[in-house]
Design a protein. Structure first.
Lengths: 158, 552
């Protein structure tokens, strides 16, 4: 499935590390957090970019050091009704000062897209076939908000 | 009361349009029911036994006469001519068509109302004391803070997919009429020794299958820190709350399993790391909101109206109404009028369109155009001149709204039960009706005094049975409805969960069992001023068990 970024489908240069495979030196690779933790030195010697894939039961604050070195963090959304990734994203950005690409992967649907953007996600890897027109429309159904998070173009109550 | 500005109106209109689009996508099949369900719930749309149900938010239970007339219009146009006021101070319509709901939301937006977050695993409508602003025992009016929280919690990007629903209640008074200890977060407004406004914060209360009285997490949090502190609690809950079992997913279970001290430490840790400045209410916002809640232009009146005294002396029914339904107002010469939606033999909390219109008219004529909804499913006119009470009562009588039973045994909280609800295991409404008929006699009700009966049609406890002085829980045993009775629960500042008396009763036996309990209470009490709850506390369950089960 292609990745959505800035309202467009984009070619994803990232490769997800297969289960049991060793961390390669080259290439842009998405590495599960557990694999990265098992061999931290393997990450240091890499020439390609490194992303961390973090499941939604992980306390991201426990892994501040690794996250600080990541070129991308991928948070998991196993079911769209499970909102843990939203808080993980807020902790990453607000507490850990994480500034690189933040991706959400899994049960990503158009009707939650705005919440995701507003929690700081900037790329989307959905299990579903997304209609880009519906996606972009959904992102602009609201132009107002009461919270100051990633408000983008939204008008905030002031 | 609060009136939307352009910003609020735009927000609610956009939200209604967003839902219209979602309904269209659902009706055209683009959206599966599983994907649609949380979206409709977050707009107050349930699928009940026979039809969709729409729950409309009445923020902190405050309505204008214009809003109430619009609810009346909606009830006649899209429903069967009535609505049901709920224990969360909201109103439910039981028979709307899904295709009409976007139009209803537009009609609501026309009067500054919505159905946002009246269901779903998100922050629900913030509830409060129905006597806010006028109660004699109030530290400060909680409604500006409730409105601030309504805005802050609306479509919160981080907290829209919580482990389970999340309910906040706030009171500004010493006597707790908002049952704050049975909420996920309960807030009590306080002033510290410097006169600064702040909040005592309770967390982890709730009813349902695991009833728990909330625990204190902070004795005082300043207003500036209120929203950041709520974020910290919700973030701790969103991250750590259980998602493996929906019956263990409320924050009360997390607080209970972790222990309040560990939970407090976790919340404090998150709180310390927050960018509080960003999370605080915009500067001047609470002052802007508070302006809407300034008290109306009262006249300067005598403490006691001579007209009222005369009318009471001349009319026993009116006198009974004043005794039961009229409460002390903080302004001399004014009173708080509670309108009971519990007529003898009626459906608790229901009001017809024409009754809503009458109450709206009365509010305009006698109470500055404002109406409150109480969590005990009654209505309130909060600013009535004592000298107007008799005329008001006559008008209420014409609309069959004069029942003089506030706080009495027939003023029961009752969930919709198996007559409407898919979750119910037994009917609640017919039980309430039978009890109501049994205790119809006004003099007997007066003799009994304050007694709160609360009835739920299943273990989810929407009828607050755990908090009833007498609680009744409807269950199903091999296809037969039966009812378990608890004693000693309370939803006020001395919150307590009732204890089960013993084996249950059939639908036909419940009202008789309540009768036996009440007779026993009358025998046991030391004076008329010793309430049912006081007696239960003093003597325990045994004398009541003996009375109920001696023959069995």
């Amino acid at each position: 499935m292609p990745i959505i970024k800035n309202g467009q489908f984009v070619e994803d240069g990232w490769v997800t590390l297969e289960e049991g495979a060793a961390v390669p030196v080259e290439g842009d690779v998405i590495i599960p957090l557990e694999v990265a933790l098992a061999d931290v030195t393997a990450l240091d010697g890499r020439t390609g970019k490194t992303a961390l894939l973090i499941s939604n039961d992980v306390d991201v604050e426990d892994h501040a050091e690794l996250i600080a070195k990541a070129d991308m963090v991928v948070l998991m959304l196993p079911a769209f009704t499970d909102g843990r990734a939203y808080s993980q994203a807020m902790v990453l950005i607000e507490e850990l000062d994480y500034k690189n690409e933040l991706r959400i992967k899994g049960d990503v649907l158009v009707d939650q897209a705005l919440h995701m953007v507003r929690c700081g996600f900037d790329s989307f890897d959905s299990n579903h076939e997304i209609d880009l027109e519906v996606w972009n429309k959904a992102l602009h159904k609201m132009s107002t908000t009461y919270q100051r998070t990633y408000e983008g173009d939204l008008q905030v109550r002031s | 009361m609060y009136v939307y500005d352009d910003f609020d109106e735009k927000f609610v209109r956009e939200r209604a349009a967003q839902f219209r689009d979602q309904v269209e996508r659902r009706l055209s099949g683009q959206l599966e029911e599983a994907q649609f369900r949380p979206l409709r719930l977050m707009n107050g749309v349930y699928l009940q036994l026979h039809a969709y149900m729409l729950r409309v938010a009445v923020p902190y239970g405050t309505l204008s006469s214009r809003q109430l007339r619009q609810l009346s219009m909606i009830a006649s146009k899209y429903d069967k001519g009535y609505g049901h006021f709920t224990t969360r101070q909201n109103i439910q319509f039981n028979w709307p068509q899904l295709k009409d709901i976007p139009d209803i939301l537009d009609d609501l937006a026309d009067v500054g109302m919505h159905a946002i977050q009246t269901s779903g695993n998100c922050i629900r409508n913030v509830t409060s004391d129905q006597w806010s602003g006028v109660a004699a025992d109030e530290v400060a009016d909680p409604r500006p803070y409730a409105e601030l929280m309504r805005q802050w919690s609306s479509l919160h990007p981080e907290f829209s997919y919580l482990p389970r629903k999340f309910k906040i209640a706030i009171t500004g008074a010493v006597s707790d009429r908002a049952a704050i200890a049975f909420h996920d977060i309960g807030l009590q407004l306080l002033k510290n020794s410097d006169g600064e406004i702040g909040f005592r914060v309770l967390v982890g209360g709730g009813l349902g299958r695991t009833p728990m009285v909330a625990k204190q997490i902070r004795d005082f949090i300043s207003f500036d820190d209120l929203l950041p502190y709520l974020v910290a609690i919700l973030r701790a809950y969103n991250i750590e709350g259980r998602r493996d079992n929906k019956y263990k997913a409320r924050i009360k279970i997390l607080v209970h399993e972790k222990g309040i001290d560990d939970f407090r430490a976790r919340v404090d840790d998150i709180f310390e790391g927050l960018d509080k400045e960003k999370l605080r209410a915009p500067k001047g916002e609470i002052e802007r909101i508070s302006k809407f809640f300034e008290l109306p232009a009262y006249e300067t009146l005598e403490e006691n109206s001579p007209e009222l005294a005369e009318a009471r002396a001349a009319n026993a029914s009116f006198n009974a109404f004043v005794n039961r339904n009229v409460a002390t107002h903080k302004k001399p010469g004014y009173s708080i009028v509670n309108i009971s939606l519990k007529p003898i033999g009626g459906i608790p909390g229901d009001a017809t369109s024409s009754q809503m219109d009458v109450v709206a008219d009365l509010a305009d004529q006698y109470s500055f155009g404002e109406i409150r909804v109480s969590h005990e499913q009654n209505l309130v006119l909060a600013h009535v001149k004592q000298s107007d009470l008799f005329t008001l009562w006559q008008r209420l009588r014409e609309a069959e709204l004069e029942t003089a039973n506030i706080g009495a045994i027939t003023d029961m909280i009752t969930c919709p039960g198996l007559d409407y609800c898919t979750l119910a295991t037994a009917r609640s409404i017919p039980i309430a009706q039978k009890i109501s008929e049994k205790f119809a006699d006004q003099s007997r009700q007066d003799l009994i005094g304050d007694l709160k009966i609360k009835i739920s049609g299943c273990i989810n406890a929407c009828g607050h049975h755990h908090a009833g002085h007498i609680g009744i829980l409807g269950l199903d045993k091999k296809g037969e409805e039966y009812y378990q009775i608890t004693l000693g629960g309370s939803g006020d500042e001395n919150a307590a969960v009732g204890d089960i008396l013993g084996p249950g009763f059939s639908a036909d036996e419940v009202a008789g069992a309540v009768d036996v309990l009440v007779d026993r209470y009358i025998e046991l009490r030391e004076s008329k001023s010793e309430s049912f709850l006081d007696v239960v506390k003093r003597v325990g369950l045994e004398p009541f068990k003996e009375a109920l089960y001696a023959d069995h």
